[in-house]
Design a protein around this ligand. Structure first.
Ligand code: FE2
Ligand code: FE2
Length: 198
């Protein structure tokens, strides 16, 4: 990894994985690196954007940021937190990139991707698509899947069905490579159903 990427990673580390989602930053970075190679993406945009996309959660009080998983919380409140984390990620991401003297001509595109990474309808560029693919692949990874289920058989089945349905939606994943990775991962996760007890 380029030295500047290492610096961004180190600087952002204290602000990562703020929603009981240990490994989210690391795993999404791993997928982003794979996708940049497979899809010939611009790493100077994709890598900083994926590293900084969720740092904004750290700027929202814990109780409030955890609302995002609370099924009893009002939809407007959950959506407000989602919007806030995007806006805060832009602010903190910009601060980090400027402090590290990241090439200023690249910063607007990175921040644009971060600004609506969870809410934008449709994709605006290959780089934007790859960042959002890497973020979504988390749900298919062993770590992300574990966070999203408590591993009873019925919960595992339900989760696999949901991921399968999402994959069939043509607007969910941007790149062919991410679809391929998602299918392979899902196949592995389904094996857990057979081994799980009711
Ligand atoms: Fe996010
Ligand atoms: Fe994320």
């Amino acid at each position: 990894m380029k030295e500047i990427f290492e610096k961004i990673w180190e600087t952002a580390l204290p602000y990562q994985d703020q929603r009981n989602d240990d490994g989210h930053a690391r795993i999404t970075l791993k997928y982003a690196k794979e996708l940049v190679k497979m899809e010939d993406g611009n790493e100077d945009i994709v890598i900083p954007a994926i590293m900084l996309h969720d740092v904004g959660y750290s700027q929202i009080p814990r109780e409030r940021r955890m609302l995002i998983f609370d099924k009893d919380a009002k939809k407007e409140d959950r959506e407000a937190v989602r919007d806030e984390h995007q806006a805060e990620s832009v602010k903190l991401g910009e601060k980090i990139l400027k402090e590290l003297h990241y090439p200023s001509e690249l910063i607007p595109e990175i921040l644009e991707i971060i600004s609506q990474h969870d809410t934008r309808k449709g994709f605006i560029s290959r780089e934007e698509g790859l960042v959002r693919d890497a973020d979504k692949l988390w749900r298919f990874s062993p770590e992300g899947f574990k966070v999203d289920t408590n591993r009873s058989k019925s919960v595992l089945e339900e989760r696999c069905k949901r991921l399968e349905k999402d994959l069939k939606d043509s607007n969910y994943i941007y790149s062919k490579s991410a679809k391929k990775i998602a299918r392979q991962e899902l196949k592995e996760r389904k094996k857990l159903i057979e081994s799980a007890k009711e």
